[in-house]
Design a protein around this ligand. Sequence first.
Ligand SMILES: [Zn+2]
Length: 143
Amino acid sequence: MKEPGIHLIEHFHLQEINMDFMGYELEANDIFTFHHLIIPNCKKGPYEEWNGAILCGKTSHPYLHVIEQTDEDLFFLLTSEIMDENIKGHLDRDNLLRIRNLLMYFEEKYIDNHACNVKLKEEYFKRPSVDQILTKTRALKNK
Ligand SMILES: [Zn+2]
């Protein structure tokens, strides 16, 4: 990963809490990846900290792009929560809880009703409990 991505991982203490901007845990066989947050890669968005979020390469990152293809409004709501974390400079429990609610809303609307045409993988639903999110963000406060 290039420098701005590495800086984000360091500033947000992601290695220590083993969690990404969407509240997913990094699995042993996975890597943190850089997501172009405000201006996408296809529109030549810069690879810089202000335009970035760190997501897990096999779970949250591909899942977020599936949501982008399926429900643009929901994608923008998730993006605004993640942007808020980027601006705050730390993983915020309120943002993470709202992200979790948005994901659950997506799953209820599209998956439970079989209304999503895009391929979903079981890994996308492997994420820590809300309790674990709270414990980890509490640990961050002491840094
Ligand atoms: Zn991305």
